[in-house]
Design a protein around this ligand. Structure first.
Ligand SMILES: [Mg+2]
Length: 353
């Protein structure tokens, strides 16, 4: 029997790309006027793997100073081994935050590279559980005027579900929810995200108001650091309203704690340790019979969620959709409200522009 040829990693590079936005955008707890995407490329055997994350430009120098040397010469056909080596190497430099984003982006690049070396679509390499994964339109920033909010949400009606930000000016949110419901009609799911703005008591009160507009999903009603508070809101929320959190988790232990506090677990493949770690999150969800929802980075999330039994949907986040179209060629577009990784294109199926 032939043994697989070792394809040694020859080159690792990382570049930060900052996109200035036309106007400042905001949610309940942050405002921003630009978006930085850090693109990591890993080369072996004449192929180039691509990964990325959204964070500070310092993630690029972290990849080059702490991870490139670890990856150089490792077997490109064994991303999980490389993942463990990267994690070990950054113990003292710091695994959460910048370290987690750097490992995540490099891990995605390694998986893309392996799929390209084997000539298969990444979703198929990982083991496709779903042919297609539903997405939901996500934006509805608190910085939008009512007219802008209405236009944005109307454009996502075909996706079947949309999410808006709440909690910056809570008294004004019922009016915004009314605008949202009018824009999408009665048949589209309406979701909200407070980005951790409320106390548990306040969140429970607002949840009752949101229910009047048919809101069935309330994300980060309180800070995700407040596990007990999240659990209280989950237990006391109106019938039919799911409580979700997990986008800021850097590693498995945090997600393991969160599964006991939410109805829907979220995680971000470009923050939580890449594809290698996110595949493990499917096991956490399966053990608790919880649906999983991918936070952002739709071009990577589509492939990994296709291989996750518990995947329910992917956040089709307005800023990331724009950034990924701008930075990469070959991006997947939703068809009938879902992303379907293309079996005929090796890897993620995208290339840097
Ligand atoms: Mg969120």
């Amino acid at each position: 029997m032939a043994t697989a040829v070792v394809e040694a990693v020859e080159r690792v590079s990382a570049h930060a790309h900052t996109i200035q936005l036309d106007e400042q955008e905001s949610d309940a707890t942050l405002a921003w006027d630009s978006l930085t995407c850090i693109v990591v490329q890993v080369a072996a055997g004449g192929e180039n793997g691509l990964g990325y994350t959204y964070g500070d430009e310092s993630v690029a120098s972290f990849v080059e100073s702490k991870l490139a040397g670890v990856l150089h010469g490792t077997d490109a056909l064994h991303p999980q081994t490389a993942w463990a080596a990267m994690r070990e190497a950054i113990r003292n430099a710091g695994r959460p935050g910048v370290g987690a984003m750097a490992v995540s982006a490099a891990d995605v690049a390694l998986w893309d590279l392996k799929a390209k070396l084997l000539g298969v679509c990444l979703a198929d390499l990982l083991g496709r559980f779903h042919e297609r994964v539903p997405v939901y339109g996500s934006g509805g920033f608190t910085s939008l005027s009512e007219r802008e909010l209405s236009e944005q949400l109307s454009g996502w009606r075909d996706l079947g579900r949309v999410k808006i930000k709440v909690g910056r000016d809570p008294e004004g949110d019922p009016a915004r929810l009314g605008v949202a419901r009018e824009a999408i009609g009665d048949d589209v799911e309406l979701m909200v995200d407070a980005n951790g703005a409320f106390t548990p008591n306040a969140a429970l009160g607002w949840a009752e108001r949101y229910a009047d507009f048919g809101v069935g999903y309330f994300e980060e009603p309180v800070s995700s650091d407040n596990r007990e508070g999240l659990r209280r809101v989950r237990d006391g929320a109106p019938a039919g309203m799911a409580i979700a959190a997990g986008e800021y988790a850097w590693d498995l232990p945090e997600l393991h704690e969160l599964v006991g506090c939410v109805d829907v677990l979220q995680a971000d493949v470009t923050r939580c340790g890449g594809i290698t770690n996110l595949l493990r999150v499917d096991g956490l969800c399966k053990a608790r019979a919880l649906p999983f929802s991918a936070h952002c980075a739709p071009q990577v999330s589509a492939h990994v969620c296709a291989a996750m039994e518990c995947a329910a949907h992917i956040e089709y986040f307005a800023d990331h959709v724009r950034a990924e179209r701008h930075l990469f060629e070959g991006t997947l577009e939703p068809e009938d409200g879902a992303l379907r990784p293309d079996r005929s294109r090796p890897g993620l199926g995208i290339e840097p522009r």
